[in-house]
Write a protein that binds this ligand. Structure first.
Ligand code: GLV
Ligand code: MN
Ligand code: MN
Ligand code: MN
Length: 411
């Protein structure tokens, strides 16, 4: 039998997305599968089952990354695609999941067509891309590429006090495959944009040329708890007020610096967190991002200076801890050109763009030619249960992925 031309099966892809979205489903159509929770385990089990049904050889490494390999005519490193299936607590159904499940659809399409590629083809999902429970984000791909020592990653304590190592063992995903692993031949990650650009401009495919730099800092403020009714304002060492000052400051900082600078306080805790007690402690996180490393450093320096001024003004103690720090990452031009060429050949409109979100691809870029394909997110909404991408765009992205991987793997 002569092999036929491989084709994406849209219904099968949409069904896989719906099936994974049902795991850890929350009101509004989203998912809560924080890394290494029971819901994450259930999602992993589902995707591993699909990988095996498709005939992939599945391996799990010591940080819980899962790689399913479809054999090629020759041995050697695979062409790899993939993403992550952990979510933030209020996640959508596409972030990460789409890239992994579209990778499986590419395998299914090659299987349907009876095609064997020259090089092996791998579909991977990496542990704890989100970093919402355990920092840093992109943890699995960092360890996979040797940028973070395994022992350091396993020792990380999450926001609930559990460690990565204990939780990996508990859910049964502390695997035997070694990390760091051998570099793939190339890596392509398909993802929803998670921002408004493609949707607003009515463009089908984003050709991602870079990922912006990310700086995450946890700030721990210590003051003195005291009675809210009796303590004169001039005598307070109010950790809560200092935290509020920081929230306002980073917003003003981003506005003032302009350009691509964004700044977010996404997590905050007060102690003892009672209506009539001046807080003696506040812990909050600051997320700073910029496409330009020098400008990101400028924002970090401005934040540090502000913390020093706050220390003096309120007589509080302030300590900081870096949760994550990644410089901007450029992708390989030969890969972006390839993606653009295939998208256009399929009659799709394209736009070159940076990624505002962090992705596993930015870690893989250090070890092999890498790039990303974006599809539009309606209204640019993500990390929200309302995250949505139209079926026609889900299908178009998968078609481009199939074309790019087929060429790279030598179909
Ligand atoms: C992870 O998804 C991030 O970009 O924060
Ligand atoms: Mn993602
Ligand atoms: Mn995300
Ligand atoms: Mn991400």
């Amino acid at each position: 039998m002569t092999p036929s031309v491989p084709q994406i099966n849209p219904d099968r892809l949409h069904q896989r997305i719906a099936d994974l979205a049902a795991v850890g489903a929350i009101d509004g159509g989203g998912c809560a599968r924080l890394a290494l929770t029971d819901a994450d385990r259930a999602g992993r089990d589902l995707v591993c089952g699909s990988m095996r049904e498709l005939g992939l050889a599945v391996s799990v490494d010591a940080i819980g990354n899962v790689v399913g390999v479809r054999a090629g005519r020759s041995d050697g490193p695979p062409v790899m695609t993939g993403s992550h299936i952990d979510t933030v607590r209020t996640g959508g159904r596409y972030d990460g999941n789409y890239g992994v499940l579209a990778g499986l659809e590419v395998v299914a399409a090659l299987n349907d067509a009876g095609l064997t590629t020259e090089h092996p083809l791998a579909v991977a999902f990496f542990t704890n891309e989100e970093g919402a429970r355990f920092a840093p984000d992109m943890m699995g791909s960092l360890v996979y590429t040797g940028a973070l020592p395994l022992a350091e990653a396993l020792a990380v304590q999450g926001i609930d006090g559990a460690t990565v190592g204990d939780e990996l063992a508990r859910i049964g995903y502390a695997g035997p495959a070694p990390v760091p692993a051998a570099a793939p031949r190339a890596f392509v990650e398909l993802h929803v944009e998670q921002g408004p650009v493609l949707d607003r401009e009515g463009i089908d495919i984003g050709v991602v040329e870079s990922v912006q730099g990310i700086s995450w800092t946890e700030i721990d403020i210590r003051g003195t708890s005291n009675h809210a009714g009796t303590t004169p304002m001039s005598m307070r060492r109010d950790a809560g007020w200092a935290a509020g000052e920081i929230i306002a400051f980073v917003r003003e900082l981003a506005t003032e610096l302009g350009g691509d600078q964004v700044a977010t306080v996404g997590r905050i805790e007060f102690f003892p967190n009672l209506v009539n007690v001046v807080p003696n402690r506040a812990v909050l996180t600051v997320d700073l991002r910029n496409t330009d490393e020098a400008l990101l450093q400028r924002a970090e320096a401005r934040l540090a200076a502000h913390l020093a001024a706050l220390r003096d003004a309120e007589k509080v103690e302030i300590s900081t801890r870096k949760l994550a720090r990644f410089a901007p990452v450029p992708f390989a031009p030969e890969m972006t050109d390839r993606i653009e060429g295939h998208a256009r050949a399929l009659g799709l409109t394209t736009r070159r763009m940076p990624s505002g979100a962090g992705h596993d691809a930015q870690m893989l870029a250090a070890v092999c030619p890498t790039a990303m394909i974006f599809v539009p997110s309606v209204d640019g909404i993500s990390h929200n249960v309302r995250e949505y991408t139209e079926p026609k765009h889900i299908e178009a992205g998968a078609q481009v992925l199939l074309a790019v991987l087929s060429e790279l793997a030598g179909a």
